[in-house]
Write a protein that binds this ligand. Structure first.
Ligand code: ZN
Length: 246
């Protein structure tokens, strides 16, 4: 299984999960919520072949940890994977919105300066802001919009900009999510869990629960589960190889 956006470090006992993750997953992108967490988490997961750890700074905690901004920018040259980064335009974070936009702008520009990075991007209630910045500054980067919840017009714009999308079981099971997914080319989709934040009846999804997303894709696109699995493997390979070629 592939899980392209998982907060693996935030499970109650991540170490205890690692042998099953290794057995059941071919690739897990372990996103982090702060540069400091990335330093620690990337050490813990460094010997697990199927886990890549991304340096991130979650927009929800950006303001309280803004002192880590320089560490974030400095870390971008050290890893191909950036996330979770982005902008949250929800009313709760309204007073940090300018700061969020500035930092996201810096992240995109530094990623470009480093030759392009693969970024897992949060865009809740801020899809237009995120797309404005990508359109202006992102050329070599590979942006992957995680749990996209923008409008249909914003989706069209994102597709036009060539962004990728990672989808979790909650997004795919909601009517709005499913109708958005149906418009995305299968060649730009990857499955994710966003666990342990994303849960099913109070129980966090596990990285291998992206099998649920695979079945949902099979329904939405009316193709077999085996074909979706093949497509997702191809997408992952393409994405990782495109990155390496540059
Ligand atoms: Zn997340």
């Amino acid at each position: 299984m592939i899980d392209f956006h998982c907060h693996l470090d935030l499970y109650r006992d991540p170490i205890a999960l690692l042998s099953e993750v290794s057995r059941r997953c071919e690739f897990v992108l372990a996103v982090t919520t702060s540069p400091r967490a990335w330093v620690k988490t990337s050490k813990v997961f460094q010997d697990i072949a199927c886990v890549a750890t991304a340096i991130g700074f979650h927009p929800e905690i950006l303001q309280e940890r803004i002192a880590e901004r320089d560490a974030l920018i400095a870390g971008i040259s050290q890893t191909p994977f950036i996330g979770e980064v982005g902008i949250d335009g929800s009313p709760r974070y309204a007073n940090s919105i300018k700061m969020q936009e500035e930092v996201f702008c810096d992240v995109i520009q530094e990623s470009e300066r480093c030759g392009g990075r693969i970024l897992s991007i949060h865009s809740r209630n801020a899809a237009t802001k995120v797309l404005d910045i990508l359109e202006k500054y992102s050329v070599k980067n590979i942006p992957v919009l995680h749990w996209f919840s923008g409008s249909s017009n914003e989706l069209d714009r994102a597709i036009g900009l060539g962004t990728w999308f990672s989808v979790n079981p909650i997004m795919a099971s909601a009517n709005k999510g499913a109708s958005l997914i149906a418009k995305i080319p299968l060649s730009k989709l990857l499955p994710e869990t966003d666990a342990p934040f994303a849960q099913n009846k109070g129980v966090p999804y596990m990285p291998w629960d992206t099998s649920i997303v695979i079945r949902q894709f099979a329904n939405i696109f009316n193709i077999s589960v085996a074909d979706v699995e093949l497509e997702m493997k191809k997408n992952l390979k393409y994405l990782l190889e495109t990155y390496r070629d540059e």
